[in-house]
Design a protein around this ligand. Structure first.
Ligand code: ADP
Ligand code: ZN
Length: 169
């Protein structure tokens, strides 16, 4: 009892990082469903995706049966603060809510979330620094330097030929 009962803490209160650093995503989902979504998300599944790296979270809709499922990325979230997991989960729950209430499939690019997890940055030191659309930047979630393994690498060598230098990690 007292001033820090779980009902009073924000879902992203820093105290949660130590109180419950590795939450069970299904338990969180059930709790938020009651707390914020009037229980309307019962029956929606929530799963970890072991290989999803393009976005931290996804809400997908399957077929006319109306199945809706929330996926969370293991590589992008497992080693991050709990707060990132909670914010991603709530974001996807809002998509799921719009889906179940309005059948409103709000597709948007997950560019904002993706950018947040792209911690590894390289910049070319050549003339493409001044060219659209990338201005020489490569930003990645994983520490994989631009190399001949990238399908665009030859194009870049022909059009610029600068060297990619790590600028942020
Ligand atoms: P990721 O591995 O992060 O998904 P991709 O391998 O799909 O990235 O390549 C996309 C990134 O590679 C772009 O955001 C840009 O930074 C860089 N890139 C792609 N094509 C070119 C190009 N022709 N010249 C220079 N950089 C490029
Ligand atoms: Zn370049």
């Amino acid at each position: 009892a007292g001033s820090s009962s779980s009902q009073e803490l924000s879902p992203v209160d820093p105290q949660w990082e130590t109180l419950d650093p590795n939450p069970d995503i299904r338990a969180l989902f059930l709790q938020f469903n009651e707390q914020f979504f009037w229980g309307r998300l019962a029956g929606i599944e929530v799963k970890w995706s072991p290989r999803m790296t393009l976005c931290a979270g996804l809400c997908c809709y399957e077929g006319r049966g109306g199945l809706c499922s929330v996926r969370l990325s293991v590589p992008l979230l497992k080693l991050r603060p709990r707060k990132d997991l909670v914010e991603t989960l709530l974001h996807e729950m809002i998509h799921a809510y719009l889906f179940v209430t309005d059948n409103n499939k709000v597709y948007h690019s997950f560019h904002d979330e993706v950018a947040e997890y792209r911690q590894h940055w390289w910049r070319c030191n050549g003339p493409c620094q001044n060219r659209k659309p990338y201005f020489g930047y490569v930003k990645r979630a994983m520490n994989r330097a631009p190399s001949a393994r990238d399908p665009w690498f030859k194009d870049h060598q022909n059009s610029c030929n600068g060297t990619f230098i790590k600028i942020k990690e």
